[in-house]
Design a protein around this ligand. Sequence first.
Ligand code: HEC
Ligand code: HEC
Length: 238
Amino acid sequence: MAKHNDRKKISYPGLALFLVISAINTATADGTGKVVFEAQCQSCHDLTEKAPETLKQLWERKGPDLSSAGIKYKSAWLNEWLQNPTRIRPAGMFYGNHIKTGKKTDVVDPSGLVNHPRLSSEQASQVVEMLMTLKRNENLVTSGEYRPGSIPMMLGEMMFDKFKGCLACHQIEPGYGGLSGPEMYTAANRLQEDYLISFMRNPQSWEPKSIMPNKNLKETDLQKLVHYLRALSKEKFQ
Ligand code: HEC
Ligand code: HEC
């Protein structure tokens, strides 16, 4: 009997200590990404910001909206990019600030463009974990809507360029295509397929003041454009 009581005395503090340690562990797993984000990211990516209601507000934005990150980005890309950011919008958030007239066409004036902050791999994982919980506009995305398939590269490019006029604003390889929208040669690595469909179907439902025209694309064309973007993202450009 006495022996039994002794065992209890030893095991209860042990259990309590275990519980305290695991509580601290879960707290840091949930909270560190948020702490890093508030310190290093929030000044340019305001998660509580309302969608810009005027073009001026849109163009004053310091960074893209991340409040839909969990239904928008592929987490592997996010993790990689935060450690090693590359330029996505060739002329920055508002191209009007970074474009000058060249001999034949507009060219980017890189002098005012800032390089994106970098994270360590540990911080990147923490921030990605936090970002992937953010799902504003979840109702606009239908999970599994994209059905994998393929399209001949030539046909995809004709569609993107000649038939739908997308090339005017988007690059399909570095240095080739328009400057006012995000580059498209890594779009399918960056963005979830079901989000791509939703955004292309109705850009203004995501970004009310978007300059991207709603071309009333047919459902089959939406699928084909994603086939094309996926093929494009597999090509290796310098
Ligand atoms: C000085 C302002 C600034 C700070 C600070 C900043 N960002 Fe950004 N961020 C930008 C801009 C500008 C872009 C657009 C870059 C481009 O298109 O090339 C961007 C792009 C991104 C993207 C890609 C989004 C997309 O849809 O293209 C992610 C993800 C991102 N930032 C996350 C972060 C995180 C996480 C932090 C904190 C570690 C952070 N940013 C800090 C300005 C900032
Ligand atoms: C007048 C310029 C313009 C044209 C034309 C245009 N876009 Fe866009 N597109 C943009 C801009 C700017 C964005 C960035 C988001 C925003 O501001 O709405 C964008 C965003 C996108 C995105 C989401 C990218 C991201 O990183 O979130 C996709 C996908 C896309 N466009 C595909 C297309 C396709 C396909 C076409 C042709 C049917 C097209 N765009 C035509 C300007 C344009």
